[in-house]
Design a protein around this ligand. Structure first.
Ligand code: ASP
Length: 426
C-alpha cells in the first residue's frame, strides 16, 4: 500500500494559526474571555516553555559539537568576524530603510493631538514599567556587555534563558579546548557531544508535533487580549503601515538580494525551508524561543552545516535584530513628530547609532524592542513617555519584526555557510 504523504510542518502550523485567529475572533465576540484565559492560554504557555526548555541545551551541545569537529581553530575567528560584520551591515541598512520611510511618509504629522493625552494616560503604568527596565540598563558601564559575556558560574548562566551569550561563550571555550587537544584524547567527549546534539534535535522534532496546538492557543489568546483596541489601531494606522512597509522591504527586497548575490540557494527553497521558523516567530514574538526551530530548519532544509548554524544563529538571535532596529527608527521619529519636534540630521544619525546598539542589547523576547526604544528616545532628547503612543499596536508589530529578525539571521547563516563551505573540514 502506498504510504500516505504527511502534511508539511509549515502547513500544519498555518492551519493551527488560522484556527487560532478564527477562534480568537469568535471568543472576543462571544465574550469567552475567562474560558480562553483558563483553558486555551495554558497550552500556548506550555508550548513556549517547551521551546525555551530546549534552547540552552541546544546551544550548549550543538555549539560544542560544531566547534569541536573543526580541524583548525583559525576558521572560527574568520567566521566570527564575517558574522559580526554582516550582522552590523544588515542592522544599519534596516535602520536606514526605516528612517527614509518614516521621513517620507511622516505618520507623526497626521497623529491627532487629542489622542496624545488619551494614550499617555491609558498606558501610563506600562510606560513606567518599561522606563524602569530601561533605566537599569542605562546606568550600566559601557563595557558592561563584555562583563556580561563571561559567566562566573555555568549553572547560574544556564539557569536563566536571558544569559544566552554566556552559554555561547562557555561552549566556544570548551569547543576550542577540544580542537586544541590531540584528537585521540578527545574522541569520547566529541562522540558524546555529537550524539547529544542528535538527541536534542530529535527532542525539537517531538516538540514541533505540538506546534499547531501551541500556535492555535497563542494566536487565539493574543486576539482575545487585543479586543477593543480596534479604534486605537486606526489612529496609529499610518505609523503601523510605515513599520510594516519597512519590514516587507527587508523580507521581500533586501534579504532576497543578499541570498541571490551571496549564496547558491534558490529563493523559493530558502523561504520554504525557513517557513516553520518564520511562522513560529510570528506566533511567539520571540526569536529566542524560535531559535531551536530556526537551527533545525537551516540545517535540515537549507543544508547549512552544524558548525555554521550552531555559531551564527544563536549569536544572531541575541544580537541581530533587523526588524527591531527598523521599528525603533520609525517609532523614534514618529513619536518625535507627534510631539511636534523636528529631528535634525545629527539626531537622525544618533538614531542609527543608538538603534544599532539598542537592537544588539534587546533581549530576544516579546516586547523587548519597546524597552530599548526608551533609550533611543532619551538619546535624541524626546520624552520617553512617548512610547505610550505606540503601545496599542506594539504586539502585532512585534510579531512581524520577530519574523524579520529570524529571517535576517537565517539569511546571514546561509551566506556564512557559502563562505565557509569548502573551508570547513569536519
Ligand atoms: N520580540 C523581538 C524578538 O524576540 C524583540 C523585539 O523587537 O521586541 O526578536
Amino acid at each position: 500500500m502506498a504510504k500516505k504523504k504527511k502534511l508539511a510542518l509549515h502547513w500544519k502550523i498555518l492551519i493551527g494559526m488560522a484556527i487560532g485567529i478564527i477562534y480568537g475572533l469568535m471568543a472576543s465576540k462571544s465574550g469567552w474571555i475567562d474560558f480562553t484565559i483558563n483553558y486555551i492560554k495554558p497550552f500556548g504557555t506550555i508550548f513556549i516553555n517547551l521551546l525555551k526548555l530546549i534552547a540552552m541545551p541546544l546551544i550548549l551541545f550543538s555549539l560544542i559539537s560544531g566547534i569541536g569537529n573543526l580541524k583548525d581553530i583559525s576558521k572560527l575567528s574568520s567566521m566570527g568576524l564575517k558574522t559580526i560584520s554582516f550582522y552590523l551591515f544588515t542592522t544599519v541598512v534596516a535602520i536606514t530603510i526605516g528612517l527614509v520611510l518614516v521621513n517620507l511618509i511622516d505618520p507623526g504629522a497626521s497623529f491627532p493631538q487629542e489622542d496624545q493625552a488619551k494614550y499617555t494616560q491609558m498606558y501610563s503604568s506600562q510606560v513606567e514599567a518599561k522606563q524602569e527596565s530601561a533605566a537599569v540598563l542605562e546606568d550600566e558601564s559601557p563595557l558592561q556587555f563584555l562583563v556580561d559575556l563571561v559567566p562566573s558560574n555555568i549553572f547560574g548562566a544556564a539557569a536563566d534563558n536571558s544569559n544566552m551569550l554566556q552559554i555561547i561563550f562557555f561552549s566556544i571555550f570548551i569547543g576550542i579546548a577540544i580542537v586544541i587537544l590531540p584528537e585521540n584524547k578527545t574522541k569520547p567527549v566529541r562522540d558524546f557531544f555529537n550524539s547529544m546534539n542528535l538527541v536534542i534535535l530529535k527532542v525539537i522534532d517531538l516538540i514541533m508535533e505540538f506546534a499547531p496546538i501551541g500556535v492555535f492557543a497563542l494566536l487565539g489568546t493574543i486576539i482575545v487580549d487585543m479586543k477593543g483596541d480596534i479604534d486605537l489601531f486606526k489612529a496609529l494606522g499610518l505609523y503601523a503601515v510605515t513599520v510594516v512597509l519597512g519590514l516587507l522591504i527587508l523580507i521581500f527586497g533586501f534579504y532576497p538580494i543578499l541570498v541571490k548575490f551571496f549564496t547558491k540557494v534558490k529563493l523559493s527553497q530558502f523561504y520554504k525551508g525557513i517557513a516553520p521558523a518564520q511562522l513560529l516567530a510570528f506566533s511567539t514574538s520571540s526569536s529566542a524561543a524560535t531559535l531551536p526551530v530556526t537551527m533545525e530548519c537551516c540545517e535540515k532544509n537549507l543544508k547549512i552545516s552544524n558548525q555554521v548554524s550552531s555559531f551564527v544563529l544563536p549569536i544572531g538571535a541575541t544580537i541581530n535584530m533587523d526588524g527591531t532596529s527598523l521599528y525603533q527608527a520609525v517609532a523614534a521619529v514618529f513619536i518625535a513628530s507627534a510631539f511636534g519636534m523636528d529631528l535634525d540630521f545629527g539626531q537622525q544619525l544618533t538614531i542609527v547609532l543608538t538603534a544599532t546598539m539598542a537592537s544588539i542589547g534587546s533581549a530576544a523576547v516579546p516586547g523587548a524592542g519597546i524597552v530599548m526604544l526608551v533609550i533611543v528616545l532619551t538619546a535624541i532628547g524626546v520624552p520617553s513617555e512617548g512610547i505610550a503612543l505606540i503601545f496599542a499596536v506594539d504586539r502585532p508589530l512585534d510579531m512581524l519584526r520577530t519574523t524579520v529578525n529570524v529571517t535576517g539571521d537565517s539569511t546571514i547563516a546561509s551566506i556564512i555557510h557559502r563562505f565557509e563551505s569548502g573551508k570547513i573540514e569536519a
